[in-house]
Design a protein around this ligand. Structure first.
Ligand SMILES: NC(=O)c1ccc[n+]([C@@H]2O[C@H](COP(=O)([O-])OP(=O)(O)OC[C@H]3O[C@@H](n4cnc5c(N)ncnc54)[C@H](OP(=O)(O)O)[C@@H]3O)[C@@H](O)[C@H]2O)c1
Length: 320
């Protein structure tokens, strides 16, 4: 039977963090989960834009006991992630059932964001936003994850991950911002989305190794019409989007994929899950839990290297 909004189980008592909940599929997932009774912490970079959205969700879910709280977080700014963590502590948040790492940018012009590494002081912006900031957020949230039995971390990937090279999948020269001349906005986006899968793979392995009752999984929303696509200035990509428009779906569809990943009963999650739309080529349709993932997204050596690189860039030694 197809998974629907009505099928989302009650989430009363659950605490969910969603990065990038001010737009698109993150906003839709926030709406669904709060309406089902969860306390959704919307981790957004622009408070002025996001507050009316949080207010709207709160007015919609008053009866269910759910609520939305807005806390500022910019995934490209590690200091803001520290502040976010401090704010949660000050608000006496003591559990974290779902950490939904959703914020993302796609195919943008070459730009860099600062790291905390002396060796590699700059990070290419898509890698910074989509991957490194989320890695750092996971490190900051580990105490809450440890104290919440069955906590889950979800990374949001893309069909774009399939376009990476299976044998040399991450171009670390671009990732570490050494070579702007070599930059391809398309390749970098694809690499960042492969990295989201590798990050979940490595995190899940570490949870198991450290005997932590938590797990990491991934999802992708197919082709959901959001503000992501209009923000890209790649002409070729715009043609591709136009050609595949008939197979796309509303943002609600992608939000539902995330909602299923966030709420599916653990006992019903298959081995090697990947939550994706179930329709043609995974572009749209009702969500499924066993979408097709490229094999190199489960490459142990790549996942380990990515983890170590993120540690270096964030100047942290992970305690799992
Ligand atoms: N839509 C699709 O078809 C599709 C397909 C595959 C994967 N995805 C993935 O789905 C995720 C959500 O994208 P979407 O389609 O919902 O796009 P969207 O409507 O553009 O939403 C992106 C969200 O990320 C936030 N964001 C961007 N940079 C940020 C930063 N530095 N710090 C914090 N938040 C930041 C945006 O905040 P502002 O509102 O402040 O800009 C917005 O809330 C992304 O990871 C994307 O790669 C989407």
């Amino acid at each position: 039977m197809a998974f629907t909004i009505e099928g989302v189980p009650p989430q009363t008592g659950k605490v969910v963090i969603i990065t990038g909940a001010s737009s698109g599929i993150g906003l839709e997932a926030a709406r669904v989960l709060a309406k089902k009774g969860a306390h959704v912490i919307m981790a957004c970079r622009n408070l002025g834009k996001s507050q009316p959205l949080a207010d709207e969700i709160n007015s919609e879910c008053a009866e269910t006991g759910g609520k939305a709280t807005l806390v500022r977080l910019d995934t490209t700014d590690l200091d803001s992630i520290d502040s976010f963590s401090n704010e949660l502590q000050a608000a006496s948040i003591t559990q974290l059932d779902v950490l939904l790492l959703n914020a993302g940018i796609m195919m943008v012009q070459w730009a860099t964001r600062p790291s905390r590494s002396e060796l590699h002081p700059e990070i290419e912006s898509q890698m910074s936003c989509n991957v490194v900031g989320h890695f750092y957020l996971v490190q900051k949230m580990l105490p809450l994850i440890r104290s919440t039995p069955g906590a889950r971390v979800i990374t949001v990937s893309s069909l774009a991950a399939d376009q990476t090279n299976p044998t040399d999948s991450i171009n670390y020269d671009v990732f570490l911002a050494k070579t702007p001349e070599e930059y391809s906005k398309m390749n970098s986006y694809c690499e960042s989305k492969l990295s989201c899968l590798l990050l979940a793979h490595e995190l899940d392995r570490r949870f198991k190794q450290a005997n932590i009752d938590a797990f990491a999984i991934s999802a992708h929303p197919g082709y959901s019409r959001t503000s992501l696509q209009p923000r890209s200035d790649s002409f070729l990509f715009k043609i591709f989007l136009y050609a595949t428009l008939p197979f796309s779906m509303k943002a609600e569809g992608g939000g539902l994929v995330l909602s299923m990943a966030a709420t599916a009963d653990r006992s019903e999650i298959p081995p090697n899950p990947y939550f994706t739309p179930g329709g043609f080529q995974g572009l749209s349709g009702a969500p499924i839990a066993n979408g097709k993932m490229c094999a190199h997204a489960r490459d142990d050596a790549q996942a380990f290297k990515l983890w170590e690189t993120c540690e270096e860039l964030c100047a942290v030694t992970s305690d799992i």
